[in-house]
Ligand binder design. Structure first.
Ligand code: IFM
Length: 480
């Protein structure tokens, strides 16, 4: 492969890409990403895409009538984000979206998961912001022209600040405002979206945002976390019928980040600790969605945090889903805290990523198989995020992200094992298409399969992306 083929985009927002240079450059036999011959990944129906989120890539936070979000406020607060980074410019995707779509297409990725910024498309009175809507219309139109499937998340954490000023997710009214927002965008973009996800990772919004304050809006109170979760899930449940009415042909679902917890010893207390870890990470979200009830263990773990739930809420929340998006990153090893809870015991000598997260693909397989046993009504699954951060550097125009290549291959192997065990997994999205604003860690942590030089906005395709792309090319000819 020509060395300069990995550099496909320069600083010009509308720069043309050397897209055609990406074709058939990987020798399939020498591609370390290529899955085994019997892998489900060879099925052409198994969707392979990449994901991003609005606040993490768009920038242009003051442009075209966009209102402030809670992440603008939080990141502008000293001490909240590493190095004082903010999403003000990010990857400048708002201006570079055309070349970013060309890049996605040049890699042969089949689907793109993006999110819409609520504060960009709706004003404080609930009226549409045409300029913001037009941005997404152009983006979705171009993706369709390129034959790329669109998975659109409505809420990837950028709550309009004016709603936070009225209580944010602690205010039940926010759930109804979310349904209005879902109504607006699904009327606008009906027919342009393959799959709508209402929320991304409600665990993070509720627990990190309201329970421990690591994320916006930065509140730290257990009772707040459970109430915020209830209103987030209610927002999801209120939005679902709206999406179904406005855009009947698309799939509708939600995205949950799931966590694997393992016990530090075989003692009954440590095994219970691991159960509790997974209960608060997974069942807190999946039980209301799929069983219509919160796990009672939650309120034993966090006594006195029962949220206010009104009649009918749980039925609203448990409306049937067309798909469940699963985001998976790592496992947490725990022991009993000696009381009714758990505490983390980091394992020594295990492989970790730039985030310090353990590389543990078996956790993904085991959770998927476990869910299919626990939830009889488990809908088809898409792995809507998986990936890792590494301190990637461009050297002679190339980025050799060796750890990521092995990470992706092993996690896709785990997905394949789950499929072979009977779990209905239909696709997988790399997190992320490009390096971006990693929330409280700012720009230091690089999750992209495309490197971004934040001083020039130059995009450089990493080796991992070249290999995924080479595999997709090969699948077109050899796949079933
Ligand atoms: O960057 C985030 C993303 O926004 C949500 N899921 C986890 C990713 C990595 O931390």
């Amino acid at each position: 492969m020509a060395n300069d083929a990995s550099v496909v985009s320069d600083a010009a927002p509308s720069g043309q890409l050397a897209a055609s240079s990406r074709e058939s450059r990987i020798d399939p036999n020498a591609n370390p990403f290529t899955p085994p011959a019997d892998s489900s990944l060879w099925r052409k129906s198994f969707l392979l895409g990449a994901a991003t989120a609005s606040y993490q890539i768009e920038g242009a936070v003051h442009e075209d009538g966009r209102l402030p979000s809670i992440w603008d406020t939080f990141s502008a607060t000293p001490g909240k984000v590493l190095a004082g980074d903010t999403g003000e410019v990010a990857c400048d995707h708002y201006h570079r979206w055309e070349s970013d779509v060309d890049l996605l297409a040049s890699l042969g990725l089949e689907a793109y998961r993006l999110s819409i910024a609520w504060p960009r498309v709706m004003d404080a009175a609930g009226q549409p912001n045409r300029k913001g809507l037009d941005f997404y219309r152009r983006l979705l139109t171009r993706l369709k022209e390129k034959g790329i499937q669109t998975f659109v998340t409505l809420y990837h954490w950028d709550l309009p600040q004016h709603l936070e000023d009225r209580g944010g997710w602690l205010n039940r009214d926010t759930a109804y405002r979310f349904a209005d927002y879902a109504d607006l965008v699904s009327r606008e973009f009906a027919g342009m979206v393959d799959a709508w996800a209402t929320l991304n990772e409600p665990w993070c919004s509720a627990f990190l945002g309201y329970g421990n304050g690591h994320h916006a809006p930065g509140l730290a109170n257990g009772r707040y976390a459970t109430q915020a979760m209830h209103h987030l899930l209610l927002a999801h449940g209120l939005a679902l019928p709206v999406l179904r009415a406005n855009d009947p042909a698309s799939k509708k679902g939600i995205v949950a980040n799931i966590g694997r917890g393992t016990a530090n010893s075989d003692s009954a207390a440590d095994r219970r600790a691991a159960e509790l870890f997974e209960m608060q990470h997974n069942a807190w979200i999946l039980d209301p969605l799929l069983k219509g009830a919160y796990p009672q263990d939650l309120f034993e773990l966090w006594p006195g945090t029962e949220p206010l739930v009104l009649d009918g809420d749980m039925q609203t929340i448990a409306a049937p889903l067309d798909f469940l998006g699963i985001n998976y990153y790592f496992r947490t090893n725990v022991e009993s805290d000696g009381g009714h809870g758990f505490r983390e015991v980091p394992l020594e000598g295990v492989e970790r990523t730039q985030m310090g997260w353990e590389v543990f693909p078996d956790g993904l397989r085991d959770l998927l198989i476990g869910f299919s046993g626990t939830y009889r009504n488990l809908p088809p699954i898409y792995i809507t995020e998986n990936g890792m951060a590494s301190d990637d550097k461009v050297v002679n125009g190339r980025v050799e992200d060796t750890q990521r290549i092995a990470f992706l291959k092993r996690h896709l192997g785990a997905v394949d094992e789950a499929i072979k065990a009977g779990v209905d997994v239909r696709g997988y999205f790399l997190w992320s298409l490009m390096d971006n604003f990693e929330w409280a860690f700012g720009y230091e942590r690089r999750f992209g399969v495309v490197h971004v030089d934040y001083s020039t906005q130059k995009r450089t395709v990493k080796r991992s992306a070249e290999l995924v792309s080479g595999f997709l090319e090969e699948r077109k000819t050899r796949g079933s």
